[in-house]
Ligand binder design. Structure first.
Ligand code: SF4
Ligand code: SF4
Length: 328
């Protein structure tokens, strides 16, 4: 069986409400997790928790994102939209549509774009967030347009302070807007299309982005791009439109295994991770096949630091040598 069950992610678990049937069903087989997660659900706070205004800035962005999730979730269910790849105005218009997709993405601030026709292993097997909880991902749209925005370097370098969280939230909103603009454009032309945004994604984005040639998965489990290192936020649109041959001007960014070699020797993120969530080992623990990460990150250990700090930490991103690359 391919794909990952999103219900096992920490963000899905923290949405479970104590006392509900869903809560009981999930934790009945995972009593140890119930205790840990109960601690994480406790009131906000933490060592680097921001001021009232700083927190309002991040929280308002996340609330806005939450409000947009239903728009993304319902996008690929419109039966009136075409499921096939044919062009509404003949083959000639395909190239024009592709160019326009690229223009829209760049207009909304994309810094990197790639495309891929993704196998099922890049999708969650079962969804775990919001109204999609427990639903299997069946027959997803596999033509994928994946994009990244560069995050503000100065803000990210302040990690683990709250500025990092504010910048992360701002970047999530930017890629959400991009995804909505692209998917609505494709709908207008009669194609099925679905934006994958924070909290409402069928896709495992770093693996999908690596498949699209935007970068490679690094030791810290995030996508490392040649231009911006891990200082990016990712978004995607899957569609019935044949994106597989995307416009020629898409920047070639894949480093073809160089990240893997570099990470094997580097390990700076592992040394600096306060939660010991990133493995130190030199040998790879998993193959890169099937979109799986090369190194196993411990998400529980990472989230325990988020909880302790009251921010999304981000130290690994800030210290990575790829964050200081020169290709800009
Ligand atoms: S965000 Fe912080 S705790 Fe999590 S892996 Fe990175 S450095 Fe470690
Ligand atoms: S800090 Fe080093 S080991 Fe970690 S992801 Fe970046 S390059 Fe790889």
């Amino acid at each position: 069986m391919t794909g990952f069950d999103e219900r096992d992610t920490i963000f899905s678990r923290l949405e479970l409400v104590p006392g509900t049937e869903r809560y009981k069903a999930y934790y009945s087989n995972r009593p140890k997790l119930e205790k840990t997660d109960a601690c994480y659900r406790k009131a906000a706070g933490g060592r680097y928790y921001g001021t009232l205004i700083e927190n309002a800035r991040a929280d308002s962005a996340f609330r806005f994102l939450k409000d947009t999730r239903p728009l993304a979730a319902g996008q690929d269910r419109d039966a009136s939209l075409r499921a096939d790849c044919s062009s509404p105005a003949g083959m000639e218009s395909l190239a024009q549509i592709k160019r326009t997709l690229q223009e829209i993405a760049f207009d909304y601030g994309a810094d990197l774009i790639g495309t891929a026709v993704l196998g099922l292993e890049y999708f969650y097997r079962v969804r775990g967030r919001g109204d999609s909880y427990g639903k299997p991902v069946e027959n997803p749209l596999c033509n994928s347009l994946i994009y990244a925005v560069e995050m503000n370097r100065e803000q990210i370098e302040k990690a683990p302070r709250v500025e990092e969280l504010i910048e992360a939230s701002r970047s999530y909103v930017r890629v959400m807007l991009m995804g909505m603009a692209l998917s609505y454009f494709l709908h207008e032309l009669g194609y099925q299309a679905r934006a994958h945004i924070d909290g409402e994604s069928e896709l495992i984005l770093p693996a999908a982005a690596a498949s699209a040639g935007i970068g490679e998965i690094g030791r810290m489990g995030l996508l490392l791009t040649k231009q911006y290192g891990p200082m990016v936020r990712l978004g995607a649109v899957t569609t019935s439109f044949p994106v597989d041959a995307f416009p020629e001007k898409s920047p070639p960014v894949a480093e073809n295994g160089l990240v893997k070699q570099f990470c094997q020797q580097c390990g700076i993120c592992a040394e600096n991770c306060p939660g010991k969530a990133i493995p130190h080992n030199i040998e790879l623990t998993e193959s890169a096949k099937n979109g799986k990460p090369l190194w196993n990150i411990d998400p529980e250990a990472c989230y325990s630091i988020w909880h302790e700090y009251g921010t999304s930490c981000g130290i690994c991103v800030a210290v990575c040598p790829y964050s200081k690359t020169t290709a800009r």
